[in-house]
Design a protein around this ligand. Sequence first.
Ligand code: BG6
Length: 285
Amino acid sequence: MTRLPEPLTLSGPNGHGAVLSYGAHALSWAPEGHEPVLWVSSRAYNETGRAIRGGVPLCFPWFGPGRTGDMEPAHGFARITEWTLAEQGEDEQGDPFAEFALTSEDVAPELREVFPHDFSARFRMTAGHTLRLELTVTNTGSETFEVEEALHTYLHVGDSERVTVSGLEGASYYDKVAKEQRVQQGELRLTGETDAVFAHRGEVRVADPALGRELVIGKEGSDSTVVWNPWADKAVGMSDFADDEWKTMLCVEAGNVMGSPVRLAAGETHTIAQVVEVRELPAEQ
Ligand code: BG6
C-alpha cells in the first residue's frame, strides 16, 4: 500500500481549499468566514489504487460501470491515476488555482486497452468566494470517440433528511435504485437511498436548514445532474463510509453521463464546469 501524497493547499483572501495530484482530486473548500463545504468520509482510503470517498472525485472517461454496464474500475480511471501539476497561480480576483494535466500516455497499459483513445485532459480548481471546478478534455487522436464524465461533488450538509433540493423540478431522470425513468415532481426531499441521473442543465440549490445555509451549484457544459446518497443500509455495507455518515453528506454531481455522453471529433475540446456558492439561510423559526 502506498499512502497518498500531501495535498496542495490553495489559500487566498476569499477562500481556502486543498487538492491532490492523485486523481486531481479536490479535497476541501470553504469560502472565507464559512464552514467547510466539501465532505470527506472519516473512513476514506488514503492509498494509491483506491478511490477517495469524499471531496470531488473526477469520473472519466466513463461513469459508474459505463454505458455497457461492465466497465472497470467504477467511474473510470481518472480518479485513481496520478495527474501532473501543470500550473498554479491566482486569477484576476486574487483567488488561488491549481491546474493538473493527464494524457492517454499516463494511463496504465491495461486501461489503455479498455479505452484506446488519445486524449489530453486538464482539471482546474479555483478556491475563492466560490469554488470553481473545470474539466477540459481534448481528442488528440484522429478518430471520434465518446466519453462520460462527472464532477462527483460530495457536499457537507447538516441533516440529509431535512435538506431540500430545488432546480430539478420537471426534469426527467433515471432512478438507479428503482431502475426506471421518472419525472421530478416539485422539490426533491430525500427519504431513502437516492441515486438519480437527471437530464438537466441549470442550477441546483441545496437548502440546509440544519447548517443555516444554502449551497448553490451552477454548471456549464453539462447535460446531466446526479444526486446520490446511499442512506443507512447501503452505508453500513461500504467499508469506506461510517455507518451514520449518510446523514451529513449529499452528492450533487455535474456530468455528461448515460444518455448524454460527450462526443469529441479529432482535435475537438470540451469543458465541463461546476461552481459552488454558499448563501446564508434565514434563521429557523
Ligand atoms: C454515484 C452513482 O455517482 O456514485 C452511484 O450514481 C454510486 O451509483 C456512487 O454508487 C458512488 O460510487 P463509488 O464508485 O464512488 O462507490
